[in-house]
Design a binder for this molecule. Structure first.
Ligand code: ADP
Ligand code: TRP
Length: 333
């Protein structure tokens, strides 16, 4: 039962939100904000710092993410939306948690290991170019999670290990300083979250530059959809829907009946890719238009976003202060 749980999730401000993020992260979190007792949603600007040194970029992305949640209708009665860096207690807790975190745990972190492997493959020193922000990333993330007594953490598969680390760190802290001082979180991985394909058919991702921004203006949205890569089958030829990026994207937005109808048209033949793209564009555009209007309205009035984030930070800090005080008392008396 989610209705008596505290949920928490963070999004890094490292790129304009795209349709993969929408289906894999934003929609599930907005839904969760209705279902859970309380939901903490924050923009993880501190986590962006190990890779991004451009503060304007972080600033703009922070607004984009906040405006996306607000435009999609996150339930502010039960959700607390804030900026990670507005909560000084998170830096403090991270420093304290370092003392109960085995170094070996960090050595096993996927992101760190991937960077080391890349270095070794290039014949460089294992730790070349790796900063301590990247190395200790999971400790800061554990601090995020443990500071607000989170029960559940909805994340993509790629973040599961980090939530498990937060459990390990909480376990180690509680073992030393006292049972139940920190709440052990559960990761929630949306099982049915299909991977959304990008324009080139690979996973939609900012790293592949194959993405469609959620709130691309209508004209740009159409242009991007027309760029989806297809094979060279003629309109009259039957097509395998399962192999089509157009179909996979459509399925993510349309209801079952509509999806079935398009599937049949693919199989039967007589549907050209141009027309299929037009159908896809209309489906996405119709679904996204109301939120898009709200989004641009908010982006034109960032002072409204600032006010909501300040309110969220004030609420989040109340809880953060309590946890930090409890931890400090346990550690130092
Ligand atoms: P990117 O691959 O663009 O860098 P992130 O890794 O920042 O995206 O994604 C943040 C979250 O958005 C992920 O944890 C995942 O839940 C979701 N997500 C990203 N891309 C996709 C996709 N193509 N399909 C489904 N979910 C996705
Ligand atoms: N590391 C997450 C990501 O890259 C973002 C994040 C930071 C987060 N702190 C968190 C997610 C706490 C869930 C809970 O996507």
């Amino acid at each position: 039962m989610l209705s008596n749980k505290i949920s928490l999730t963070g999004v890094k401000p490292t790129g304009t939100p795209h349709f993969g993020n929408l289906l894999g992260a934003f929609y599930p979190v907005v839904r969760m904000s209705d279902e859970a007792k309380k939901t903490y949603v924050f923009i993880a600007d501190l986590h962006a710092l190990n890779a991004v040194k451009d503060r304007e970029f972080i600033h703009k992305n922070t607004y984009e993410i906040a405006a996306t949640y607000l435009a999609l209708g996150i339930n502010l009665e039960k959700a607390i939306l804030f900026r990670q860096s507005d909560i000084p207690e998170v830096y403090q807790l991270a420093t304290l948690l370092m003392n109960v975190t085995p170094k070996g745990l960090m050595n096993r972190a996927h992101a760190y290991k991937a960077s080391v492997d890349k270095n070794l493959a290039k014949g460089e020193d294992a730790d070349a170019g790796i900063n301590m922000g990247l190395y200790t990333y999971p400790i800061l993330m554990a601090a995020d999670i443990l500071l607000y007594n989170s029960d559940v953490v909805p994340v993509g598969q790629d973040q599961k290990q980090h939530v498990e680390f937060a459990r390990d760190i909480a376990g180690s802290f509680n073992y030393i300083y006292g049972k139940d001082l920190l709440t052990s979180p559960e990761p929630i991985i949306p099982e049915d979250a299909a991977t959304v394909p990008g324009l080139d058919g690979r996973k939609m991702s900012k790293s592949y530059n194959n993405y469609i921004p959620i709130f691309a203006p209508e004209k740009e949205l159409r242009k991007l959809i027309m760029k989806i890569i297809t094979d060279s089958k003629l309109p009259e030829e039957p097509k395998d829907p399962e192999e089509s990026t157009i179909f996979h994207l459509y399925r993510a937005f349309a209801n079952e009946a509509q999806t079935e109808e398009l599937r049949q048209r693919f199989i039967k033949g007589g549907l050209g890719y141009g027309e299929a793209k037009q159908i896809l564009f209309e489906a996405i555009n119709e679904k996204i238009a109301p939120a898009r209007e709200k989004y641009y309205d908010l982006m034109a009035h960032t002072e409204q976003i600032d006010a909501i984030l300040a309110d969220g930070a004030a609420k989040a800090r109340e809880e953060a202060k309590k946890t930090l005080a409890r931890v400090l008392k346990a550690m130092l008396g």
